[in-house]
Design a protein around this ligand. Structure first.
Ligand SMILES: Nc1ncnc2c1ncn2[C@@H]1O[C@H](COP(=O)(O)OP(=O)(O)OP(=O)(O)O)[C@@H](O)[C@H]1O
Ligand SMILES: [Mg+2]
Length: 222
């Protein structure tokens, strides 16, 4: 039995510039309990799709329905972005505070937590991810793998119901990848979408696989 729809995209068309077509007639559905992986060639449009789902880019055509409500403009997406966490492909797009602790506390603070409460929550998440020792470090001076795990911490600190992960295992060593898989498995999520080229990683974290091809998503056997 399948769960109720969380994110539904219908007949999406998109191009960054006029004449460019990255998506045409694209459909997508994430339902309660789904764990979906998306793969596809470099430049196919996978990252762009996540940005469309969260209203960071507006499609030329098509409908976006999230948590039962059609999303048309910025105001519709504002609350939704608190419930759907996106971990960006490039951690430098995610991290902007002077310290790791402040970056991870930023989300809870923004959602109305008191400063001490937000800092406690940030420390708890950093501890869960085994990176509490990075708390006082400057984010942009971290290693690539460290940045990626801190990016995940900033999103988990907001307790999202749905996680969108854009190539989360890129550049991670084996033990950090195992930790990431354990965390994804243990985290109480309603739905998960992972963009990845790493077939072994996909087979361990996702139950369904889609491929971005010919400007749309097609189902593949996992
Ligand atoms: N801001 C932009 N302006 C114009 N074109 C863009 C912009 N951002 C991305 N593109 C182009 O749109 C296409 C889709 O990009 P996107 O980043 O979604 O691909 P992707 O599938 O995520 O690729 P990768 O696997 O390399 O991450 C690419 O051809 C890219 O060059
Ligand atoms: Mg991408």
């Amino acid at each position: 039995m399948t769960g109720s729809p969380l994110i539904t995209l219908k007949d999406i068309c998109f191009g960054y510039t006029s004449g460019q077509i990255i998506m045409e007639g694209l459909d997508f559905e994430l339902r309660q309990g789904d764990k979906i992986a998306i793969s596809g060639q470099n430049g196919a449009g996978k990252t762009t799709l996540f940005h469309i789902m969260l209203g960071l880019l507006k499609p030329a055509k098509g409908t976006i329905t999230i948590f039962g409500k059609q999303h048309r403009q910025e105001v519709d997406f504002k609350e939704t972005r608190k419930r759907i966490g996106l971990v960006f492909q490039d951690p430098d797009d995610q991290l902007f505070c002077p310290t790791v602790l402040e970056d991870v506390a930023f989300g809870p603070l923004n959602m109305g937590a008191e400063p001490e409460e937000a800092a406690d929550k940030a420390r708890r998440i950093l501890d869960e991810l085994d990176i509490l020792h990075l708390s006082d470090r400057v984010p942009f001076r971290l290693s690539g793998g460290e940045k990626r795990v801190v990016s995940l911490a900033t999103v988990l600190a907001m307790e999202p119901e749905v996680l969108l992960l854009d190539e989360p295992s890129t550049g991670l060593d084996q033990s950090t990848t195992e930790k990431l898989i354990r965390i994804i498995d243990a985290y109480p999520l309603n739905g998960l979408v992972i963009i990845s080229h790493d077939q072994e990683f996909i087979s361990r974290v996702a139950r369904e696989k889609l491929v971005f091809k010919d400007k749309k998503l097609a189902r593949m056997d996992i």
